[in-house]
Design a protein around this ligand. Structure first.
Ligand code: HEM
Length: 542
């Protein structure tokens, strides 16, 4: 085979010898639960300057003979089955990634039933795959999501759509929320939610005997993330941080919990063949029922906004608003597409953000010295008591470093991602036919000493650029994905996290409550704390 594996993104022109028809995506379901930079909607920060000595520069691979998939190492089907079904592998996907990388190298294959998955755990190999993708990349098999939507006459949203359908919706949303300046206008809305977060911290700690412990901070951050993202997506407040959470919001939370708490079952819903449903109906029923709840909630809020807009127009008033108002008034998307997109964005935007906030607060609590450094930076930059907005964030490099070190390195909330190859490729010296399911092992790359010096240390300052030289892409850490199919909500998530963390650090000294056990990560779809995190929030003096 005459393919040069060193010549950058390498598309092999040979016809596919082995075409796969992915049906059972066991592990990738878990991993998802997800031109020039400008043209693709990637900002300069995506290609963050890596001049710090704590981040290793990109290396160029060696020229080798192209090998076949048969020659690729990897665990046997039997050992995978044992690992995942008998040894709770679904809860340890990040650890398994590391173990397999150590054992088989930076590219290895696994079989899950008839599904072949090629895992890529090397930074340069991940870069090669993502840089060579076409105009409408595919993450994985979304059949079960599509089947539900067909059954109920609903549209697909960005996560579940493919091809032209996806391209059309993506180009609409990309222009509205992909750049930091697009979301900066939401600063005041998010800051109002941050006010409520701070009040909620004060209320919760006052209910504890020591007056400073907040139990299970993820519950708090879940409510914050949901309230903040809904303030942007639905342009309304849901009351998640109130004492009494409204019933319809509670119903939504139950539907979301059903989707994630019965994660294995909903995952099996996509994996179990249709003919088995009569004997195993529960997974599919739960899957449909949780989607019913999620869609119902969006319908209520989108329809409410539409009614308000109509009323304003009838009164001859000018209609002003944010993202939803824009979508409803421009008709760039059909109503069904709007319902589907806000539903999928809300689903994608709550747990991801809340787990990251939980991990970041935990890391701050475990490292009081670093917390103090960040507090000093915030106070010096903003002045005492000032409330940060999106415009201040570039002047708070340690706040950005805190989020990056948490999310991009130690606790990437999506420890892996997927791609289905759309061309024959040669990656890492192996011929990979079109249609192969790839798993991009972000957890392994973010913890790899080759990419990050002292990889297990918590060092937000490794992301602070010390000079303007040496801009290097670092595919060892891409928590929001990369390229045209990367996270469309990235800027919203960052705004929510930067503003919340800045204010919490200004207001409180955060410490670990002694009742918090040693917190290890586990995968439950996302990389989440294995036990509840209980923290102390003590008022700061200034
Ligand atoms: C810490 C927070 C978040 C993280 C780490 C995260 C991460 C990701 C990742 C890794 C992907 C897949 C990217 C790829 O395949 O290259 C993704 C996709 C997506 N995310 Fe996020 N996300 C976060 C928050 C959000 C928020 C707040 C929203 C919505 C407001 C959102 C909406 C989406 C959507 C709609 C997609 C699918 C994009 C597409 O297929 O075109 N995410 N996210």
């Amino acid at each position: 085979m005459a393919c040069d594996v060193t010549a950058g993104p390498s598309r092999c022109t040979r016809t596919t010898a082995e075409r796969l028809n992915p049906q059972l995506v066991y592990v990738l379901r878990a991993l998802h639960k997800s031109a020039t930079s400008e043209a693709l909607g990637i900002s300069a920060t995506e290609e963050e300057a890596m001049s710090s000595s704590l981040i290793r520069p990109v290396d160029v691979g060696e020229k080798t003979r192209v090998k076949t998939l048969k020659e690729m190492p990897g665990p046997s089907t039997l050992s995978n089955l044992v690992e995942f079904f008998w040894r709770d592998g679904f809860g340890r996907i990040h650890e398994i990634q590391m173990e397999h990388t150590k054992k088989y190298g930076k590219i290895f294959k696994s079989h899950f039933g008839p599904q072949l998955v090629v895992s890529i755990a090397g930074r340069d190999l991940v870069a090669q795959v993502l840089r060579s993708e076409g105009v409408a990349p595919q993450r994985g098999n979304m059949e079960s999501w599509k089947e539900y939507r067909d059954l109920r006459g609903r549209s697909t949203g960005l996560i579940s759509a493919e091809g032209d359908e996806w391209l059309k919706m993506r180009s609409v949303l990309r222009q509205l929320i992909m750049r930091p300046r697009d979301v900066a206008v939401f600063s005041d809305d998010v800051n109002q939610v941050v006010d409520d977060l701070v009040n909620r911290v004060c209320l919760l700690r006052s209910q504890q005997p020591d007056g400073k412990t907040v139990l299970n901070v993820n519950d708090l951050f879940f409510k914050y993330a949901m309230e903040a993202v809904a303030a942007i997506l639905y342009e309304c407040r849901l009351g998640c941080l109130e004492k009494e959470v409204p019933q319809e919001t509670q119903d939504y939370i139950s539907a979301l919990n059903l989707m994630f708490s019965s994660f294995k079952t909903t995952m099996y819903a996509g994996a179990i063949p249709k003919w088995l449903r009569p004997v195993m109906p529960k997974p599919w029923e739960e899957f449909c029922s949780s989607w019913d709840g999620l869609f119902k909630f969006s319908l209520i809020h989108v329809d409410k906004r539409l009614t308000d807009i109509k009323a304003q127009l009838e009164r001859g008033e000018e209609v002003k608003g944010g993202l939803l108002t824009h979508l409803l008034t421009t008709k760039d998307m059909s109503m069904e597409e709007i319902y589907a997109n806000v539903t999928e964005m809300l689903l994608a935007g709550v747990d991801t953000t809340s787990f990251t906030l939980s991990w970041a607060s935990y890391l701050l609590a475990r490292h009081p010295h670093i917390q103090q450094q960040i507090h000093t930076e915030v106070t010096k930059t903003l002045g005492p008591g000032a409330i940060a907005t999106a415009d201040d964030v570039p002047r708070l490099p340690l706040i950005r470093g805190l989020v990056k070190e948490t999310l991009s390195r130690l606790f990437p909330v999506l420890p892996g991602n997927g791609r289905v190859t759309q061309d024959d490729l040669v990656v890492g010296g192996y011929f990979i036919p079109k249609g192969t399911q790839l798993a991009l092992c972000h957890y392994s790359t973010s913890m790899d000493e080759e990419n990050f010096i002292d990889a297990s240390d918590f060092r937000p300052d490794r992301w602070v650029r010390k000079d303007s030289s040496g801009r290097v892409d670092n595919f060892g850490s891409i928590p929001f994905g990369y390229g045209i199919r990367s996270c469309v909500g990235r800027r919203i998530a960052e705004l929510e996290m930067h503003l919340a963390l800045t204010r919490l650090i200004q207001k409180f000294h955060i410490g670990v409550a002694p009742i918090t056990a040693d917190v290890k990560a586990k995968t439950h779809g996302l990389l989440c704390p294995g036990v509840p995190i209980h923290l102390h929030f003590t008022d700061r003096e200034n």
